[in-house]
Design a protein around this ligand. Structure first.
Ligand code: GLU
Length: 418
């Protein structure tokens, strides 16, 4: 069972302060703090050895006032119920910031997919979906990729759910392969959205500075980090440090990004790439750069290392990479932070496009997907920036004011049942 108290993470404290600034009734804020429902399941899986192992999985629906619950599923040994609850709340605020008609959800299984075979991961996924099927559905809860869950995992989710209901149901999951109703542009969507937000912030943080003089460090070389490195490289930025779970590389004159993508694709890691200095993840976060992009796991910038961050702009491509204490330190040092619920919303925006396309059985061109994504990201950045200016607050507080205001209004106008 999950503990019955609301999360005490960054999303919770920001909700409470946004509620105060918006003048919301305290009991309404109390309602918004609590997840709507949480499901914990045991997942027995036949391992390749022939014996069964039981894994634990979670799915949390934080809020569904604005639409069906939406959010990724992660497979990671450090998944905890508290973390999933926190991430579900982030999804509520993220969908509200970019004004797409969803509530927030998140799920996870405690497992280490790096030591599991493809067959074991497939059996784990299918049994997990079967256990969750009582709360899933295209108008109830729509999972998507997250840490260590690929397009292939989404295809198994689609298939398992469809087998249960007896017909193909494209709208039950997003981030699917193109062959089974995935959207063009979904794979790069989070990185494109991160780039839009970063680009909007440039004029303010680095007025008049050309891209070629801006040094960028990215922590994480998964789907988000690697696609972002490629986009920034194509746009002429100087990538000076990259890292993944095995270690990092640094080159002050600029990393050859296409070579790094090839090196990582062939050897499974960018660590040890010839011609670059070797660094670890702490050195990446604290090293000299103008823009720092944490694109890996949560809780990376803490009160221990926040004082050492040299970047002027931090863009949260990961979910919750900065702790509450570290956020305060960065703010007091004048570092501009583009918060996760705005910066990395591109993924769920194109998930929304994918869901709409699947429900309508009418598929868009990649150009349509990308231009609509950019329009939404720019509009959201602009709305958040305007709130930050009028309220004289940082971008994270402004994003929460926008998001919490929207969810509170939906809740108020619907009324509390009965
Ligand atoms: N896992 C992604 C996120 O944290 C995408 C969620 C989705 O597309 O539903 O935003």
């Amino acid at each position: 069972m999950l503990p019955a108290t609301p999360s005490l993470g960054i999303a919770d404290s920001l909700l409470v302060s946004a509620g105060r600034m918006l003048g919301l009734p305290e009991d309404l804020v109390e309602i918004l703090r609590h997840p709507k429902r949480e499901l914990t399941v045991s997942i027995p899986v036949k391992m390749d050895s022939g014996t069964y192992r039981v894994f634990t999985g979670y799915r949390v629906h934080h809020n569904i006032a604005r639409g069906p619950a939406k959010g990724g599923l992660r497979f990671h040994p450090q998944v905890t119920p508290e973390e999933i609850r926190e991430l579900a709340a982030l999804m509520t605020w993220k969908c509200a910031v970019v004004n797409i008609p969803y509530g927030g959800a998140k799920g996870g299984v405690v497992c280490d997919p790096s030591v599991m075979s493809k067959g074991e991961i497939e059996r784990l996924t299918r049994r997990f979906v079967s256990e969750l099927s009582i709360i899933l559905g295209p108008d109830r809860d729509i999972p998507a990729p997250d840490v260590n869950t690929s397009e292939q995992v989404m295809a198994w989710i689609l298939d398992t759910y469809s087998m249960t209901v007896g017909h193909s149901m494209l709208g039950v999951v997003t981030g699917k392969p193109i062959a089974v109703g995935g959207s063009l542009g979904r794979r790069e969507a989070t990185s494109r959205g991160v780039f839009s937000a970063l680009h909007e912030a440039m004029a303010e943080v680095f007025p008049g500075k050309p891209a070629g003089e801006i040094r960028v460090a990215i922590q994480g070389f998964g789907n988000v980090g690697s696609n972002l490195a490629r986009i920034l490289h194509e746009e002429g930025f100087r990538l000076i440090a990259l890292s993944d779970v095995h270690g990092g590389i640094r080159s002050d004159s600029g990393i050859d990004v296409p070579a790094a993508l090839d090196y990582s694709a062939s050897g499974g890691s960018i660590a040890g790439m010839p011609g670059c200095e070797e660094i670890d993840n702490q050195q990446l976060l604290a090293g000299p750069c103008d823009i720092l992009v944490p694109a890996a796991l949560g809780g990376q910038i803490t009160e221990r290392n926040a004082r050492h961050v040299q970047a002027k702009l931090v863009v949260e491509a990961a979910n919750a990479p900065i702790t509450v204490e570290a956020d305060e330190i960065l703010r007091s040092r004048g570092v501009v932070v583009i918060p996760d619920i705005l910066a990395n919303a591109g993924g769920v925006v194109v998930s929304y496009f994918e869901w709409v396309q699947g429900l309508a059985s009418y598929f868009w061109t990649e150009q349509m997907v990308n231009s609509r994504l950019e329009e939404i990201m720019r509009g959201a950045y602009c709305s958040v920036r305007n709130i930050a200016d009028t309220q004289r607050c940082d971008l994270r507080t402004a994003a929460y004011l926008l998001a919490v205001g929207r969810v509170a209004e939906a809740t108020r106008v619907r009324g509390i049942f009965p």
